[in-house]
Design a protein around this ligand. Structure first.
Ligand code: SF4
Length: 325
């Protein structure tokens, strides 16, 4: 019998018609969400269990708007493109931007499809190929200044335990590696993903593991998530969160203050607040830098310093992040 999170993962909504139906959004308010399937490269994807966090009939719900397709995605904007970070791969699946760390796109698959994702127009990779994985391991072994590996994607934790164990066992052989960072959204979407077996795999590691969750609104946080974060912390993992500043979803100081406080109450430290990466089809989520700065000023005066995420943006062609505040 399949593990619970795998069952939840196969029970998904993959089109707006079902999405609208399940949430009972009326005809008038659902017009903006209607489309022809052939126009969509990056299909709608959300596990049904997670839709329970969306308020029925509310077409402005902050979770709904992150996952439902909007007609505005089809409008082409000049300053937006398909690869807004200009990502370049040294080996397929591997990016080496910073001296001490490398990023590995271990899989292209996610539990949800976030409509603002900066990889939404390039998400075609499945799991990394073994020949490339071996090349990556050799590359890290030869470059002793690399002390951190970032698993990204896609969502690394969508892989089954066997695969995760395999990847971790391989990197365990690299003596100069000190940190494994895992960027994941599935932890908050399907907290059941944190299984006893996965905890065992993490416990066996001889390096520090940092989990970076992706939560944009406090409505995404559940008691089940709190329980699983407690288990991860018990075995010594550090848990951080990154959010994207999104128009009509979390672009208000009160929402971000409540988000930081709620994250902290379940053991997660707010880490980054990203300005939107200008990927084609996401302009309707854009919040200006000026507005972002004003919001940051307000939240900084209401929260302890360690609860204020750093406002950052990636600039096309630039190697490092630009820290705005
Ligand atoms: S989970 Fe992350 S990688 Fe996947 S669609 Fe959302 S933002 Fe993109």
């Amino acid at each position: 019998m399949k593990e619970l999170w795998l069952q939840q993962l196969t029970n998904i909504i993959n089109n707006n018609i079902d999405f609208i139906k399940i949430l009972k959004i009326n005809k008038k308010n659902s017009k903006q969400f209607l489309y022809r399937q052939k126009n969509i490269f990056f299909n709608v994807k959300i596990p049904i269990i997670f839709t329970k966090k969306i308020e029925k009939t509310n077409y402005k719900d902050p979770i709904l708007l992150q996952f439902i397709f909007n007609k505005k995605e089809l409008i082409i904007h000049k300053k937006y493109n398909n690869n807004p970070l200009n990502e370049k791969f040294i080996i397929p699946g591997m990016i080496h931007k910073y001296k001490n760390r490398i990023l590995i796109l271990i899989t292209g698959i996610c539990a949800v499809h976030c409509r603002y994702c900066f990889r939404k127009n390039t998400k075609q990779i499945n799991s990394i190929k073994m020949c490339h994985w071996n090349q990556i391991i050799n590359y890290i072994k030869k470059n002793s200044e690399i002390n951190e590996i970032i698993f990204s994607g896609g969502d690394p934790l969508i892989l089954n335990d066997k695969k995760i164990d395999f990847f971790i066992n391989d990197i365990k052989t690299i003596s100069h590696l000190k940190v494994l960072r895992i960027h994941t959204r599935i932890v908050s979407i399907l907290p059941e993903r944190i299984t006893i077996n996965l905890l065992k795999i993490f416990s066996k590691c001889n390096f520090h593991i940092v989990i970076v969750t992706h939560i944009n609104h406090y409505n995404e946080i559940s008691e089940e998530l709190f329980n699983k974060i407690s288990l991860l912390r018990k075995i010594g993992l550090t848990i951080l969160n990154q959010s994207v500043l999104l128009k009509n979803i979390n672009d208000h100081d009160k929402i971000l203050i409540k988000l930081s406080n709620t994250l902290f109450s379940i053991g997660i430290i707010p880490y980054y607040l990203h300005l939107l990466d200008k990927v084609q089809g996401s302009k309707h989520f854009h919040v200006s830098e000026n507005k972002a700065k004003k919001i940051m000023k307000k939240i900084s005066s209401s929260l302890s310093g360690f609860l204020v995420p750093r406002l950052v943006k990636d600039i096309y062609g630039k190697k490092s992040k630009n820290f705005i505040i």
